[in-house]
Structure formats: structure tokens, C-alpha cells
Write a protein that binds this ligand. Structure first.
Ligand code: DGI
Ligand code: FE
Ligand code: FE
Length: 197
């Protein structure tokens, strides 16, 4: 393992201790899917595996633990009480500060795995998509999204973002600025690629 990580064994223990069984299974599923997508789309397989496996390490923290980490690492107050947005930012901070992960691409792919962002790296897109299309997910269109992810990562990203934005809108929830910027960015990227053909 060439990825910098102070103690891989204690990181393994950390996720086993902190994730519910189904969330642990999901994490293994994201690792497997991230590896598959990395091979198909020419990304770094080792980084994809690592980011996929640990992306949700903070997901099952109780609210107090999450808030304590938000303060400890000086993250935005807006994350307080918001597990959906906080777990990715806190997860990246823990990997960096408590497990000595120095690879910025890995840290960013974990940090932005929930919202996505503009100017996503290949690894960002891969983890964002793998999270949604891993084999343990149970929604009815899973096969459609998996097939799309294998063929066209940008388009998979776009369709997932549009679905998420529509879903959050219908529930009257606030959509993160990064999510909206990601949708505009990937839509434009797809258009430019098509114009270049
Ligand atoms: O952690 P997972 O369940 O594997 O997946 P995830 O990290 O993508 O989290 C999904 C949750 O995040 C889901 O409840 C929708 C929510 N979410 C995604 N984008 C936004 C968001 N919530 C808000 N409020 N705003 C967003 O932009
Ligand atoms: Fe997550
Ligand atoms: Fe996840």
C-alpha cells in the first residue's frame, strides 16, 4: 500500500467500531464499485479503493460526536446538526488529521462525495457515482445507473445530480451550492465534449 496512512489497522478498527453493519457493507460495496469504475475509466485503482472504503467513516456518528468534530477541525457552523452534509467533511478531516492521509485527491473525493462540486477530478466523479450505484443499493433503477456509470461517468454524474436536486426540491430541503455548481459544470462539460466530436 503506497497511500500514506499512519496506521491502516487502526483505521480498519475505526470503521468496524463506528459503522453499523449495513453501512459497513455499503462501504465495501463502494470500494468494489470504485475499483471497477477506476479500471473502466482509467483512474488510480488504489486511491479509488481507499476512498471508496472509507468515504462514510463518519456517517454513523451521533449528533454530539459529529458537532464536536466540526468544532475541533474548524469546519463550517452550517454543518452543525446536518449529518447528510457533515459526515463527508468530517470524514475527510479525520482521515487527514487522525490517520495521516496526505493525498489531497483522496481527501477531496471523500470531502465532496455527498454534494459533488464544480471542476470535479476523475476520482471525485468516480466516488460520487460509486456511492450511488454500488451493488447493495436497492432502488429500482439500479441496473440502469450502473450501466450508465460503466459507459459514461459524466452522464452518470449528471443524472444522479439531477435526481438528487429534484428529490431535495420536492422535499423542500436546501440544496448545497456545491451541488448546483456541480450540475452546471458537468452539464457544460458534456456539451463541450459533444461539440468537440
Ligand atoms: O452517505 P450515503 O447515504 O451513502 O450517501 P450520501 O453521502 O450521498 O448522502 C446522501 C444524503 O445526502 C441524502 O439524504 C441526500 C443528502 N444530500 C445530498 N446533497 C445534498 C443533500 N442534502 C442537502 N441538504 N443538500 C444537498 O445539496
Ligand atoms: Fe456518504
Ligand atoms: Fe456512502
Amino acid at each position: 500500500m503506497s497511500i500514506n496512512c499512519i496506521n491502516r489497522e487502526s483505521l480498519e478498527e475505526f470503521i468496524k467500531a463506528n459503522l453499523k453493519e449495513s453501512r459497513y457493507r455499503h462501504s465495501m460495496g463502494v470500494e468494489e464499485m470504485a475499483v471497477r469504475l477506476a479500471r473502466l475509466h482509467g483512474a488510480d485503482v488504489e486511491k479509488a479503493a481507499f476512498a471508496g472504503r472509507y468515504h462514510d467513516l463518519a456517517k454513523n456518528f451521533d449528533a454530539e460526536t459529529m458537532d464536536a468534530y466540526i468544532r475541533k477541525y474548524g469546519l463550517s457552523d452550517e454543518l452543525i446538526g446536518n449529518n447528510a452534509l457533515a459526515h463527508s467533511k468530517v470524514g475527510a478531516a479525520i482521515l487527514e488529521n487522525e490517520f495521516g492521509v496526505t493525498d489531497q485527491e483522496i481527501l477531496d473525493s471523500v470531502r465532496y462525495h455527498t454534494t459533488a462540486r464544480k471542476n470535479m477530478t476523475l476520482l471525485d466523479e468516480l466516488i460520487f457515482v460509486a456511492d450511488v450505484v454500488e451493488d447493495n443499493r436497492t432502488y429500482s433503477d439500479l441496473e440502469y445507473y450502473q450501466d450508465l456509470a460503466y459507459r459514461d461517468l459524466d452522464r452518470a454524474c449528471l443524472e444522479i445530480l439531477e435526481y438528487t436536486i429534484g428529490d431535495l426540491t420536492s422535499k423542500g430541503r436546501v440544496i448545497d451550492k456545491d451541488t448546483l455548481e456541480a450540475r452546471d459544470w458537468v452539464l457544460n462539460k458534456i456539451k463541450e465534449t459533444e461539440n468537440g466530436k
